[in-house]
Design a protein around this ligand. Sequence first.
Ligand SMILES: Cc1c2[nH]c(c1CCC(=O)O)Cc1[nH]c(c(CCC(=O)O)c1C)Cc1[nH]c(c(CCC(=O)O)c1C)Cc1[nH]c(c(C)c1CCC(=O)O)C2
Length: 350
Amino acid sequence: MRTDPDPSLFIQALRGERTERTPLWMMRQAGRYLPEYRDVRARAGSFLDLCYTPELATEVTLQPIRRFGFDAAILFSDILVVPHALGQNVWFAEGEGPRLDPVTDAEGLARLGDPTDLRRLDPVIETVSRVRADLRTLNGGATALIGFCGAPWTVASYMIAGKGTPDQAPVRLKAYQDPQFLQALVDLLVEASASYLVRQIDAGAQAVQIFESFGSALPPALFDRWCLEPVTKLVRKVKGARPEAHVIVFARGVAGRLTRFTDVPEISALGLDWSIDVNWAAQALQPRVTVQGNLDPLALMAGGDALARGVRDILDALSGGPHIFNLGHGIQPPTPVAHVEELVRLVRAG
Ligand SMILES: Cc1c2[nH]c(c1CCC(=O)O)Cc1[nH]c(c(CCC(=O)O)c1C)Cc1[nH]c(c(CCC(=O)O)c1C)Cc1[nH]c(c(C)c1CCC(=O)O)C2
């Protein structure tokens, strides 16, 4: 029996189907490059207040959809709301990025809350419901909604160091010195993240993306235990509970190790960072999985020929198979809005 085509090109591509044109969204599409985001941000108080105020979080999630008509919206939140909901102190120091009171031992771990009962996330779940309701009437229901979380290793790296760190030295050192502690933390994050993603799906997210930002820090001997295995466990828990939802894995910087994820059939798509050779991806990944990416955000910031060439190379290499156009990482705040308009035009033109 054939199912009807989904009205969303993005969902069609996640199902591995050919699409009449390449669907497009951008990581960090709601953000500081948009004047309307900066307006709301100025009214919201702290960044976390914005994440936890459904009315405002819904508004900023929808801003880039109204302006550019992207094929998918991504929930406005952050990967660090999970440690916050577990009871860790998390704040965003203006101009400095995230800060957390580090959790470094079994005692700290014992103080964290029940991973399956994260009530602090209720307002985020409400945002998902509101966005989905609004999307049913915007663009004829063709815009899909993506939920997300961070991968256990990436979130653990912030929880242990208390901030972003070069080469994630504190979490790597833990992997050698106290693997038992790290395993307990990662297991807790698998539980918490799975339950959080299932709640997002139940509230209306059709796909969820797992952000593994720091897999590149892992030497080969540690990659399976701390990246591949926890991500696979998380994906399987989510798909086991909600088989209809799609899971996208964006493991930044892991290069050829991306092929390891093609052995996990529950993954609908793999995100490609900008360093990935698209011709390699067309051969090594695309026959087995939908790929998403991977324009260098700085080519978008530069605009002009850099942008046109970047888009052309990606479309030429990947348009033969299931592909979702995206950036290779988040859009940079100084990017001119006109360059994003040009990107949309170029991708739509094919
Ligand atoms: C590592 C990581 C974080 N957050 C995230 C990651 C994984 C992806 C990656 O590798 O970038 C993921 C994230 N963060 C944000 C989203 C929202 C959805 C989207 O539009 O993509 C998503 C998916 C909003 C945000 N998260 C943050 C902002 C900026 C906050 C502001 O408006 O002041 C936004 C829009 C803050 C944040 N949050 C984080 C950092 C390091 C920072 C500071 C950097 C910065 O200021 O750009 C942690």
